[in-house]
Design a protein around this ligand. Structure first.
Ligand SMILES: Cc1cc2nc3c(=O)[nH]c(=O)nc-3n(C[C@H](O)[C@H](O)[C@H](O)COP(=O)(O)OP(=O)(O)OC[C@H]3O[C@@H](n4cnc5c(N)ncnc54)[C@H](O)[C@@H]3O)c2cc1C
Length: 333
């Protein structure tokens, strides 16, 4: 179908839902461009839905060379089965080298199914992507063995080389209205899904604030000891005009919503200042905060791993440090 051979290169799955907040596709286009330039190929974004043309223009303005569109009323809602059918057929026909998607809840469900259909591998939740200069293969760095190690995964035989990546690991390119690209509408065959029917969809109110864009983030860990202590973080965040994040045990204990979870299975933040209180510094957590410019850690254990990455460490009981910090800030602000 692709007589021009233009559609081989790097593919990015376009997730345009909640466009102004969900920037992962734009971030992946930027990384895709870099990979495509090294491989001397092109970046193609896949766009599925109904009346989605305006997003095609947006993706081109943010660096895509080509946008491949499938428009159909049955593609209006994101559904794993129908989306897998369309993308798998395109991949079989055009044979992309690389296929990237966001590690969003949809991406985490959709990409494994797609990889299985295409009989290829998938590196989930990658934190780095590079092209090996000797082999031209995609080096996919992802947490492995429960997140205790960072593994470099290579798919040497199967194609496409597939990876999902956390939002905010890469930086989007600025919008360039004069950018030129192609929009193509390859053939699609959409079968109505007889097993799942979406009756209506409603957007869930975001409860994690704007964590990913926040300039100041205060994170609480299990060491805080109680929901009451964790609540003090909201007061601190208000005084500093920041947002509150949490580690997995805190979410599990119900002191914070899942939307506040940072790390391998949560969000990635890049604030100017991050204050981490009562967190040990497990790799699965620090994966989500590596991009912070300055990290201040508070922990009662002087040997806690979090101090290895902190710019400033404070050894002490959180129940003593937090009230002191709040009192000082209240006087100053
Ligand atoms: C596959 C997998 C994925 C995971 N994904 C994530 C993820 O996305 N995000 C995440 O956060 N975790 C994740 N985890 C869990 C992760 O391994 C850690 O268990 C978790 O990050 C630890 O959270 P914590 O630092 O709050 O708790 P702990 O490890 O229990 O650390 C608490 C710290 O608080 C200190 N402390 C205790 N009392 C006080 C006090 N009174 N004052 C000051 N300090 C005190 C202690 O010294 C300790 O260092 C994942 C695990 C697995 C296996």
């Amino acid at each position: 179908m692709d007589k021009s051979g233009l559609l081989h290169g790097v593919w990015v799955f376009g997730d345009y839902r909640n466009y102004f907040q969900n920037r992962v596709t734009l971030q992946l286009i930027a990384k895709g461009r870099e990979l495509a330039e090294t491989l001397r190929t092109r970046v193609t974004v896949l766009l599925l839905g109904e009346a989605v043309h305006q997003y095609a223009m947006e993706y081109i303005a943010h660096g895509a060379d080509i946008v491949m569109v499938a428009e159909h009323p049955d593609l209006r809602c994101y559904q794993v089965e129908s989306y897998t059918n369309v993308v798998a057929r395109w991949a079989e026909a055009f044979k992309p080298d690389i296929l990237l998607g966001g590690a969003t809840s949809f991406g985490r469900e959709f990409f494994p199914r797609l990889a299985k259909r295409l009989k290829t591998g998938l590196s989930a939740d990658c934190v780095r992507l590079e092209v090996d200069p000797d082999t031209g293969l995609l080096l996919q760095t992802t947490p492995a063995f429960g997140g205790n190690l960072l593994a470099e995964v290579v798919s040497s035989h199967r194609r496409p080389q597939m990876a999902t990546i956390h939002p905010y690991v890469f930086k989007e390119l600025p919008h360039k209205a004069s950018a030129v690209g192609r929009v193509v509408y390859p053939e699609i065959e959409v079968k109505a899904n007889t097993q799942v029917r979406v009756l209506r969809s409603r957007r869930q109110q975001a409860r994690g604030g704007n964590l990913e864009d926040a300039q100041i983030v205060i994170v609480g860990g299990r060491g805080l000891g109680s929901r009451e202590q964790f609540k003090l973080l909201f007061e601190l965040a208000e005084l500093l005009a920041g947002e509150v994040g949490a580690t997995r045990p805190v979410v599990r204990a119900g002191w914070a919503d899942e939307e506040r979870l940072l790390g391998q299975t949560g969000k990635t933040v890049k604030p100017k200042l991050l204050i981490s209180i009562g967190t040990s510094g497990a790799l699965q957590y620090t994966t989500g905060i590596n991009g912070a410019e300055t990290i201040i850690a508070v922990n009662r254990d002087a040997h806690a791993p979090i101090f290895k990455m902190a710019d400033l460490g404070l050894v002490g009981e959180s129940s003593a440090v937090l009230p002191l910090l709040l009192e000082t800030l209240r006087k100053r602000i």
